[in-house]
Design a protein. Structure first.
Length: 478
């Protein structure tokens, strides 16, 4: 029996696992996909929100501001990309100024620092490509951007280094209360734990409803995005929002930490919890509405589009609590935007709840730092030449668009919780994320995966499961 089982290896589950690894506790993470960061955490705006949007006094507001303040130090400790570039909420009609002022007041009450309203002249100086209709904006200097993959992976790797077990391709099918805890039935057998943390994203309602008669419902809210080439990455310097409406913050335009430009998302409630397909209508909405706040967005430079799902709960509030009717079962549900920003604080809150349940003692051997995949481009010429001399794989370019080397891919495969698929390599190294969208580097990456993992090429997948790349070949005829 484990002390704690966490269901879900997204950013909330990984943050909870990392914080729990600070204690002397036996923790296991069960993830139905083949890797960490395969759900909501991999497909979002990658924004570190300042904290002015959530309702005053809400848990969402509290954890947003806390998570924002934790992000810079966490990025240094765990070696992932984070830039505090600031954000602007743009008002395009004078009659809507009261909404902007209300947002300012809400942010101040939430504890957001440095908020102020900038008028058009200053706004144009800050962002020359701001819409001609913009009259003013709320400026939040504490807003930022992050690499969502590396944040999630960094938290999980650090948890793994500190003793947390991860079980992939393991889907929870039922939970029953037993003496001293819970029995979880999965497609890979049964697991038992004294305490269960439900961090299952859009499936958190199904997990919750297995143990509680007080049902909750998570609505998958689809968001369509367009990602533009790095040649468009400087079109704006800050994250540009429209004034929030009924379905959130509207269509944003923002640089990414890797130098691209991202535009989106829509907010479309759907029934299918795996419905991450983009639609023509959704992408048309992104393309049309981005012009409301930013002019001349170079949409001919779109290199890919994608959609992600937000785990929306009707109360629009994070649900983080031990269930009174199921002692030892802790919900971490309804984690939609600003869930990515809040994740470090969510992890702390979950760990505190579990600590109180199990009376945990500190782990004297906890290691709070981690180094990411080495990027030779960040080295000096002398350092890079020395690295290539010692390890020639760092001189072999596999992904030409992103200049990713064989050495980086080898690192991604062999590090804790290493990559086992093309998408796993992509999330850790960016191989396949560039202009050609893996058209050139996929075969070489597959060869490396096959060689290093001792797998047949026909077994290599894009993202686990049945997503095989090479199919329909009769081996007897080769």
């Amino acid at each position: 029996m484990y002390d704690v089982i966490i269901i879900g290896a997204g950013v909330s589950g990984a943050a909870s696992a990392r914080e729990l690894s600070r204690y002397q506790v036996n923790v296991c993470v069960l993830e139905k996909e083949e890797d960490v960061c395969c759900g909501t955490s991999k497909a979002n705006s990658a924004i570190v929100h300042a904290g002015y949007d959530a309702a005053n006094g809400s848990l969402m507001a509290k954890l947003n501001v806390q998570g924002n303040k934790m992000m810079e130090q966490l990025s240094r400790d765990l070696d992932f990309e984070f830039i505090q570039n600031g954000s602007l909420v743009v008002c395009t009609e004078e009659e809507n100024r009261p909404g902007l002022e209300a947002l300012l007041e809400r942010g101040i009450q939430n504890g957001v620092e440095g908020l102020r309203i900038v008028e058009r002249d200053e706004l144009v100086e800050m962002e020359p490509n701001i819409s001609d209709q913009a009259v003013a904006a709320l400026y939040a200097p504490t807003g930022g951007i992050v690499c969502p993959f590396n944040l999630n992976i960094a938290l999980a790797e650090n948890a793994c280094t500190n003793g947390v077990e991860f079980k992939f391709n393991t889907q929870v099918e039922n939970i029953e209360k037993i003496d001293g805890g819970f029995r979880l039935t999965t497609n890979q057998g049964d697991y038992e734990a004294k305490c269960v943390v439900n961090a299952a994203g859009v499936y958190a309602d199904q997990i919750h409803n297995m143990v509680s008669e007080k049902k909750i419902s998570i609505i998958p809210r689809r968001g369509d995005y367009c990602l533009l080439d790095k040649t468009a990455g400087q079109h704006v310097k800050r994250t540009i929002f429209a004034l929030p409406g009924k379905y959130g913050k509207g269509i944003l335009v923002s640089p990414t930490v890797h130098g691209n430009l991202i535009v989106g998302p829509t907010a479309i409630d759907i029934e299918e919890k795996e419905g991450t397909n983009t639609t023509r209508a959704g992408l048309d909405e992104v393309i049309t509405k981005c012009a409301n706040t930013v002019k001349n967005v170079p949409l001919r430079q779109v290199i890919t589009s994608f959609a992600g799902l937000r785990a929306h709960e009707a109360g629009h509030e994070f649900i983080i609590e031990e269930l009174p009717e199921a002692p030892g079962f802790v919900d971490c549900a309804g984690i939609e935007s600003p869930g990515l920003t809040s994740s470090p604080a969510i992890g702390c809150m979950v760990a505190d709840i579990v600590k109180g349940i199990l009376d945990l003692k500190e782990n004297p051997n906890f290691v709070g730092t981690r180094k990411g995949v080495l990027n030779p481009e960040k080295l000096s010429i002398e350092e890079r030449n020395s690295l290539i001399k010692e390890q020639p794989a760092y001189g072999n370019i596999i992904c030409r668009c992103e200049m990713v080397t064989e050495g980086e891919i080898l690192d991604a495969i062999h590090r804790p919780l290493g990559a086992r698929s093309l998408d796993g390599v992509k999330r850790r190294t960016r191989a396949g994320m560039g202009r050609c969208q893996a058209g050139f580097c996929s075969p070489r990456t597959m060869e490396i995966l096959s060689r290093e993992l001792g797998m047949d090429m026909m077994e290599i997948t894009k993202s686990g499961g049945e997503s095989k790349i090479v199919v329909g070949i009769n081996k007897d005829r080769i």
